[in-house]
Design a protein around this ligand. Structure first.
Ligand code: MG
Length: 269
């Protein structure tokens, strides 16, 4: 009679064989064996610089401190603002850094007035203008509705924040901004838009957003060719917003080693 099924003993052996293969694969994936070796990229990266990050909130050792609670001497127009209890309070007009910046990491601490006055865009309004023309909105957006691409943390009239993480009026808040300046060619044509990543109170609210141009109140966004570095501007919108602990780090493009260098270096590994 023809055998139609596998005998019990052979089924048993086949089961053990399958188990052994599975265990072997797991073993090879998890730990080095005589047959495998660690993979390394072989790219001859430069060693990353060691930077003292400073206390929580900074400033780190390689930052340019724009305001440390004492004076606004780093800003044109700084004498207009009131310095009180280690804070700078908006009044009189906007202030603009004496130094120009391009790609940067910026830390700003601010607080909207504890006494709530006005509503919508008229409540705790200020702003951080990268290159004097790309605004991250400062606004008291704690229980204060307004148009979404104008609320706190918006890239003004271009991108609402991903979430609203505004603290109560009067409480200190943080903005951490990673900004890449736009690039223009010799004819003034845009070759690379500006991008912004923003953390508000430590939470991501803008994720590498590509700006459509400057963030004007009265016209649609549009790029106008400008130098690779321009001053940073803090807005006075008529509300006594307070600032403290402002620092900035200039960012350099990292140079990736060329392919032929990779090949040559890799041969020695
Ligand atoms: Mg504003």
């Amino acid at each position: 009679m023809k055998q139609l099924s596998t005998p019990p003993r052979r089924r048993h052996l086949r089961g053990w064989t399958a188990t052994a293969i599975v265990l072997g694969v797991i073993s090879m994936a998890g730990t080095p064996t005589a047959e495998s070796a660690e993979w390394k990229s072989g790219i001859p990266w430069q060693e990353p610089k060691t930077i003292d990050p400073g206390p929580p909130g900074g400033p780190p050792a390689d930052a340019i401190v724009l305001f440390d609670g004492k004076d606004l001497s780093q800003f044109e127009g700084g004498q207009q603002w009131l310095i009180r209890d280690g804070c700078a309070v908006c009044q009189g007009g906007g202030i603009t850094t004496k130094q120009a910046f391009g790609d940067c990491q910026l830390h700003v601490e601010w607080a909207s007035p504890s006494e709530v006055k006005g509503s919508g865009q008229g409540r705790g309004n200020s702003g951080v203008y990268l290159m004097g023309r790309y605004e991250v909105q400062i606004l008291d957006s704690y229980d204060n509705p307004t148009y979404f691409d104008g609320q706190c943390g918006s890239i003004y009239k271009q991108s609402p924040p991903l979430v609203n993480v505004c603290r109560k009026p009067g409480e200190w808040q943080t903005f951490d901004v990673i900004f890449e300046a736009p690039r223009f060619d010799d004819q003034g044509q845009l070759t690379q838009p500006a991008t912004m990543t923003v953390l508000h109170n430590g939470l991501l609210i803008q994720n590498h957003f590509e700006l459509l141009g400057s963030t004007a109140w009265h016209e649609p966004p549009k790029y106008h060719a400008h130098p690779p570095k321009l001053p940073l501007h803090l807005q006075n919108h008529g509300n006594p917003v307070r600032f403290r602990n402002i620092w900035i780090r200039e960012l350099k493009q990292r140079v990736t080693p060329k392919t032929e260098e990779i090949a040559e270096e890799g041969e020695d590994e």
